[in-house]
Design a protein around this ligand. Structure first.
Ligand SMILES: [Zn+2]
Length: 337
């Protein structure tokens, strides 16, 4: 049996699969923020033990993916401002000692890049990048058929590539990072600079302090011209950053995930149209794909399959089962069942 965890800011998603690719359980629990590493470890151990009780046979492998500075190769969480304020923790060793199982850990964006290769559109390519456009901007790199983690596991932090040295302050302490000009928070900043709130009837239905990227995107999706202006300006910044990444990596394909890219017409289609044209000398042939929820959710499993040969594991089966579970949950209007 293989147990996968995706640790978010305030929730943990989990699924249990057998070694043939049948999903036996999928669940999600809300958790308080993990202030100390012990809290995270305790929570994972508890969920593993609970899963063990209901599993028909022994769980041999545990895979944990989460946001933050993770060195997947060494199994270490490195200093991260959002996570435990700068400690370095050998998480996979600690969990292996407690659980007596093989444990893999990985950064969530790197894990999703691996998942694109194993379960998603990345199957067809040897060189691609994955990019998540959300409140933050993260990424993963697949080069020459291998995931690229860099010297310390930090490769693919696309969000902190400085694109405007005089730009707005980023959460990391520098100015004008890609994330600061093209991530979710930049939408509100652009709204202010264009005086969009004052001009938009749709936005004014919401108290100003409650307007975030989500509200601006909703108004834009509903045809509010002023909000569309804001989204267009944000998307332009995304295109600039992605064009630089294409210059840097010369990928065959770019996989795009994250909430902001859900806006297909206003964001994704615009990126597809414009990012490859931004090369100084030539337009390149680059394929673009949206990363599916199935690919994201299967990322802990992808990390295991990337490291281990599992004879008899049926990739098509687990994709189909995950798809069914996601659409079933949607139908029932519940996030998880
Ligand atoms: Zn930054």
């Amino acid at each position: 049996m293989i147990l996968g965890f995706d640790v978010g800011g305030s929730k943990i998603s989990m699924f249990l699969s057998d070694r043939n690719g049948n999903i036996l359980k999928r669940s999600r629990v809300r958790t308080p923020d993990f202030k100390r590493p012990e809290d995270l470890i305790e929570q994972i151990v508890k969920m593993s033990n609970d899963a063990e009780h209901s599993a028909p046979s022994e769980i041999e492998t545990v895979s944990v993916v989460f946001a933050g500075a993770v060195d997947g190769k060494k199994g270490i969480i490195r200093s991260s401002p959002n996570l435990f304020g700068g400690m370095e923790i050998p998480l996979s060793d600690i969990l292996e000692d407690i659980l007596k199982k093989t444990v893999y850990i990985e950064n969530d964006a790197t894990a999703t890049a691996i998942s694109e290769k194993i379960f998603g559109n990345g199957k067809a390519f040897s060189n691609f990048i994955y990019l998540t456009l959300s409140t933050g901007i993260g990424g993963g790199i697949f080069m020459n058929n291998r995931v690229y983690r860099g010297a310390t596991g930090m490769a693919g932090e696309f969000g902190h590539m400085v694109v405007d040295p005089d730009g707005p302050l980023c959460g990391c302490g520098r100015k004008g990072c890609f994330e600061a000009v093209a991530g979710g928070k930049a939408a509100v900043r652009i709204m202010d600079s264009l005086k969009a709130y004052e001009r938009s009837e749709c936005l004014q239905k919401i108290p100003r302090e409650q307007v975030e990227a989500k509200e601006i995107f909703e108004c834009a999706e509903n045809g509010d011209m002023v909000s569309m202006e804001v989204v267009a300006s944000l998307t332009k910044n995304m295109e600039e950053g992605i064009a630089s990444l294409i210059n840097l990596f010369d990928p065959e394909a770019v996989m795009i995930g994250g909430g902001l890219s859900n806006s297909r017409k206003l964001v994704f289609d615009e990126i597809v149209k414009n990012a490859p044209k931004m090369m100084a000398t030539m337009e390149r042939e680059v394929k673009f794909f949206r990363t599916s929820q199935v690919t994201v959710e299967l990322s802990p499993m992808a990390v295991v399959l990337y490291e281990e040969e599992i004879p008899g594991f049926n990739i098509e089966r687990i994709i189909k089962e995950m798809k069914e579970r996601i659409s079933l949950a949607r139908e029932r209007k519940e996030a998880y069942k």
